[in-house]
Write a new protein. Sequence first.
Length: 262
Amino acid sequence: MYTVSKYPHGTFNWADTSSTSSEAARQFYMDLFGWGKIDIPIGEGMTYTMFQHQGQHVAALSDATPEALEQNIPSHWSCYVAVDDVDALLPLVTANGGQIIFGPMDVFDSGRMAFLMDPTGAALGLWQARGHIGAGIVNTVGALCWNELLTRDAAAAKAFYSAVLGWEFYGDEHYIHISNRGRNNGGMIEMGESFGDTPVCWMPYFNIGEINAGIARVKELGGAVHMGPNEAPDTGYWALATDPAGAHFYIMELFKAEPWEE
């Protein structure tokens, strides 16, 4: 089964995109992945769209805030990690060289959240679930299947996340795997000169099914593909894409979609 009822502490559980062109981006993702939606008003004429897949929440989209627009912050995806106690972690964040971007704050009766910036400059959400656990389905076609950090200092990132979230790491200089409580939990790449001015960031992967058909569909719907298809050994094929509003994300054809085990 690919449905989830609870995420262990330290596990990636959600992704959402803040969009400067939300109407176009919303329709793009619905057409690309076959998602449905529930629109939730969040005040001041703004909407938080919960995308639906097989009857479950799968990801979300929100309008860029007026402050983000004023600061020319581009459309982007954000990744979130489930934690048992947001407030208890924040002193660890700052003690280990990170910053608190905003929060902690309650999100209605859905949960409590904060956003941190790690010492290498990547933002990550922390989510303490109440009524909303995060994605109710993962790994299968049309669902979130991986999360990845692009950083310029892998050693600093590993030390930070080990101290704050208890993550362990394995792999080599080409790709660093993240393990959380014995479960594969994402990856990390240390960017070299070939990455140019690519910003340090966390990004989500979504299972697209067949990669070449997915690439064609991205382009047909007004998105762009900047890299791929490339093969991740023993895992599948991936491509880096952007939606019509410019938010980057990965699509992936998995050789085998692992069921969720609680």
